[in-house]
Design a protein around this ligand. Structure first.
Ligand SMILES: Cc1cc2nc3c(=O)[nH]c(=O)nc-3n(C[C@H](O)[C@H](O)[C@H](O)COP(=O)(O)OP(=O)(O)OC[C@H]3O[C@@H](n4cnc5c(N)ncnc54)[C@H](O)[C@@H]3O)c2cc1C
Length: 825
């Protein structure tokens, strides 16, 4: 056999072994066999054969554990220990919080799809469904968002009373304490519906059900604390808030300067050992009306009243509002979305030690408590509110662009609007898929901390794009504030979601990948833990296993990446799943490329990668796209693979894959080590960039789905408040859209038989209807349909106007310039 063929055979076997992830021993055996055959019948010279035998001997030596550990692992471990950056306990706690779920699969380069596909879809119990259909609908009916946002700057007393009495603040509290004990999915669906009606109400509901006193008590509280507070919170007798952020500690919340000092003091007439608290907090949701404050501070015991420790670290306590020294009640005004939010200060506030959540045994555990619980709450509150807003935007924009005509056409038929509608529908689908599939994982017991950051960042950013597009589609109708405007407050609320629970730039640049790379990687955390193990022998053993697993893993991912890139992932195994099969394959490909790039980046840049935020942000984007793409595919499965939804699924997958590709490209373009960048480019993009953004044809198909009363439109926007009622714009828009189906053929008849023949000359629709009726072009019944349609459309198209005096925040003082202007007018 010619030498070239032998070379191809050796290379082919290497690629096969690496692609299929053979173990070290199986790889060695395979090459031993191959070399034996080659030595027997191959025609190479003795020098070349000797070289190959030496290589094989090296491979066999690697299999001898004691030799390998002595000559390779030990020296490497020594260097690794020196280079390993020290980690603060807050960083360590953040890293270890929550569980690794589908995010971990994406880091393997070979995701196990059956795990995701076979996972139970989210379902509502009959009780949860009844709550959505009953109290939740009723709440939406009661809310007058203009009254809330413009006149009252608060929810009405009736709405407050209803929220408390129906348990809206107690969705996460177990029934034994009087709460609703809803699943994560039901909790999310309630927020979706309320957010489609009022951002103020949704934010108000989200907070007590997210990270705050109830959740912290449930997981860490003493029995006495739970028995006292949880029933009171469930009944709405206590309104909670949670105060972490302050003027000096925002994103870097762990650096808070607020203190609690252990000392003796008077409490309810008796001297007890307690805490003297000094704190200054801001941006605290529900603070102005809270009755109990969950407070994060740093606990010190300078006089060692409790033991030998002086600095305990971050601690959480519950402080009753009326405790002397607490200043509370003033309000911030977040972007005209007036949910209760404000500052709190405390000066020498003395409370007994049993205010600490979980008692003294939890002193100093505050940061761990917060990051652990954030892994769940961050998946639900903001992503659900953003999804509710996006669904409402999609439902409204689709209908409005059908009923609003310009140039004798529904505006939704113009390509520019189609492009916006396609983006609205595609992004809303991704948001809905992410929040519902991830909620189902939480209900199955996961605490997915990296996905929670992925959702927080991506879903709120997509919400921002949808809000912008929906505003553009509505033109001036979206801009003019007033009771008739159903979009602008949602639009204004977007930056709030972007800022809270980890502002988005920080979340993208630091949290998703910084946490994900170490937490989800199959080997990195094991290597770090082994290197830090104080039992040196055990550490060496574990480090050895992790290191050699890691090396094989990196080689395999490089090979998988290049093969799948060359073959456009046509042959990679995925579940036999129908028309979406190719997208599963493309995610496989990117998963391998991503895993390879992560290893090269960590190997080349080490701890410096943390500082190169723009690089880790791009890797975070690739990971996000793979995660969201997986959610889209699973969501489509969960919904029974409706064929009519395929254009949106295709748009979503193409959009995400294209973005993953572009972000990977940006990562390579900016990678500081150009040699490694070149190597990665060969393994990741050997055919160049092969993915394209969704086409105009696809955009047209999706816009068509959204501007017609289709089942896909209903499925996409499922869960919004769309009941047909006089004050519900979404219900009225849907009604007008349905009427458009009857009215449009009649309008066309008037155009063709009336206007083109000169029998209809009026400029406005009412006049045209009159003339067409008189000319016998339409019947009396048809004229009635058109009149009714026109009335309903114009009612929706109209915007508000105001007496100038109504718009002033307060009446101008006499003699004021504005007063003078008005009197002249
Ligand atoms: C309406 C509202 C409600 C809130 N509710 C609560 C509440 O109930 N309880 C509570 O404790 N807190 C609450 N917060 C606080 C909120 O979580 C913080 O605003 C947020 O964590 C960011 O802090 P900051 O606003 O001070 O921004 P800063 O920390 O000043 O950040 C400014 C910018 O710098 C970016 N940035 C910071 N560090 C980095 C980094 N390392 N890398 C890249 N970018 C970085 C941020 O992303 C941001 O864009 C609320 C805030 C708002 C506005």
């Amino acid at each position: 056999m010619p030498s070239l063929l032998w070379f191809i055979l050796f290379l082919g076997v290497f690629l096969f072994v690496a692609y299929r992830r053979f173990s070290l021993i199986n790889t060695t055996l395979t090459f031993t066999l191959l070399l034996a055959v080659y030595l027997a019948i191959g025609a190479a010279g003795p020098l070349w054969k000797g070289f190959l035998v030496l290589l094989l001997a090296g491979l066999w030596l690697l299999n001898a554990k004691s030799v390998r550990q002595t000559f390779l692992t030990k020296p490497f471990l020594l260097t690794y220990r020196r280079l390993l950056p020290s980690m603060s306990s807050t960083e360590k706690e953040a890293l270890e919080a929550g569980t690794v779920w589908w995010d971990g699969e994406l880091f393997t380069g070979h995701p196990a799809w059956p795990k995701l596909i076979s996972a139970a879809p989210a379902r509502l119990s009959s009780e949860e469904q009844a709550f959505l259909d009953g109290p939740c609908e009723q709440l939406c009916r009661m809310i007058d968002d203009w009254d809330v946002t413009h006149k009252r700057a608060d929810l009405s007393p009736q709405v407050w009373a209803y929220l408390k009495s129906k348990g809206f603040f107690a969705m996460i509290i177990p029934k034994q304490y009087g709460g609703l004990q809803f699943s994560a999915y039901a909790h999310s669906c309630v927020l979706v519906k309320v957010a489609s009606r009022s951002a103020t109400a949704a934010s108000t509901i989200a907070v007590p059900n997210s990270l705050g006193p109830a959740e912290l008590l449930l997981h860490y509280g003493t029995e006495e604390q739970k028995n006292y507070y949880l029933p009171r919170l469930a009944r709405g007798e206590e309104i909670p808030c949670f105060a972490l952020t302050g003027p000096r500690a925002g994103s870097d919340a762990a650096s808070l300067p607020d203190t609690g000092v252990v000392c003796k003091g008077l409490y309810q007439g008796a001297e007890v050992v307690g805490l003297k608290l000094n704190f200054s907090k801001r941006y605290i949701t529900l603070a102005p009306i809270a009755t109990v404050i969950g407070l994060a501070f740093r606990l010190f015991d300078p006089n060692r009243l409790l033991g030998d420790r002086i600095d305990y670290g971050i601690t959480c306590a519950l402080i009753p509002r009326n405790t002397p020294g607490v200043t509370i009640g003033r309000r911030h005004f977040p972007l005209n979305v007036p949910f209760q939010n404000g500052p709190i200060q405390g000066h020498d506030v003395f409370v007994p030690l049993d205010c600490i959540i979980g008692g003294m045994k939890m002193a100093g555990q505050g940061w761990r408590m917060l990051v652990e619980q954030l892994s769940v709450g961050r998946c639900i509150s903001l992503p659900s509110n953003a999804t509710g807003g996006a669904k409402a935007g999609a439902y409204a924009a689709g209908a409005y662009s059908r009923i609003r005509r310009q140039f004798n056409m529904p505006v939704g038929r113009f390509e520019g609007i189609e492009e916006a509608l396609a983006r609205i529908a595609g992004l809303t689908y991704i948001m809905d898929a992410a929040r519902s599939v991830t909620a189902a994982a939480i209900d199955a017991g996961q605490k997915p901390s990296v996905p929670s950051a992925i959702l927080k960042y991506n879903v709120t950013e997509m919400g921002r794009t949808v809000a912008n597009d929906a505003m553009d589609v509505h033109g001036g109708k979206g801009i003019c504030l007033g009771p008739k405007n159903y979009l602008a407050r949602g639009y204004q609320a977007v930056p709030i979601a972007i800022t809270v629970e980890g502002a988005n730039i920080l979340t993208r640049n630091l949290i998703i990948f910084g946490q994900g790379a170490i937490r989800c990687h199959p080997f990195v955390l094991k290597e770090m833990n082994a290197a830090r193990d104080t039992n040196r022998e055990r550490g060496l053993e574990q480090f050895d296993q992790a290191l050699f697993g890691h090396i094989g893993f990196t080689i395999s991912n490089a090979v998988r990446s290049v093969i799948m890139a060359l073959t456009l992932a046509r042959f990679t195994g995925v579940p036999d799943i129908g028309p979406t099969r190719r997208y599963f394959q493309h995610i496989n490909r990117f998963s391998a490329s991503f895993a390879f790039a992560v290893d090269v980046a960590m190997l080349t840049l080490g701890g410096y990668l943390k500082k190169k935020e723009s690089l880790s942000a791009r890797l975070a984007d690739v990971l996000s796209c793979l995660y969201l793409g997986s959610m889209v595919l699973k969501h489509h499965e969960n919904q029974g693979r409706p064929a009519a939804d395929l254009p949106i699924v295709e748009w979503a997958c193409r959009h995400l894959l294209y973005r993953a590709q572009e972000q990977m490209h940006g990562f390579l373009r900016n990678f500081p080590n150009r040699l490694m960048a070149g190597l990665m480019r060969v393994m990741i993009f050997p055919r160049g960039r092969t993915y394209f953004a969704p086409s105009d044809r696809l955009g047209h198909a999706i816009a068509d789905v959204l501007v017609n009363p289709t089942e896909t439109r209903e499925r996409l926007c499922l869960g919004v408040y769309r009941t047909l009622e006089p004050n519900n714009p979404l219900g009225l828009l849907q009604e007008a859209l349905t009427l458009a189906m009857q009215a449009e053929p009649l309008e066309k008849r008037i155009r063709v038989d009336g206007q083109k023949t000169g029998r209809v000359t009026a400029l406005d629709l009412p006049g045209q209807i009159q003339e067409a009726l008189a000319a016998g072009i339409i019947t009396e019944n048809e004229a009635a349909v058109l009149r009714e349609y026109d009335r309903k459309v114009m009612n929706l198209v109209h915007v508000d106007d105001f007496d100038p005096r109504e718009l002033a925040a307060a009446a101008p003082p006499p003699g004021d310039a504005a007063e003078a202007r008005m009197s002249v007018a």
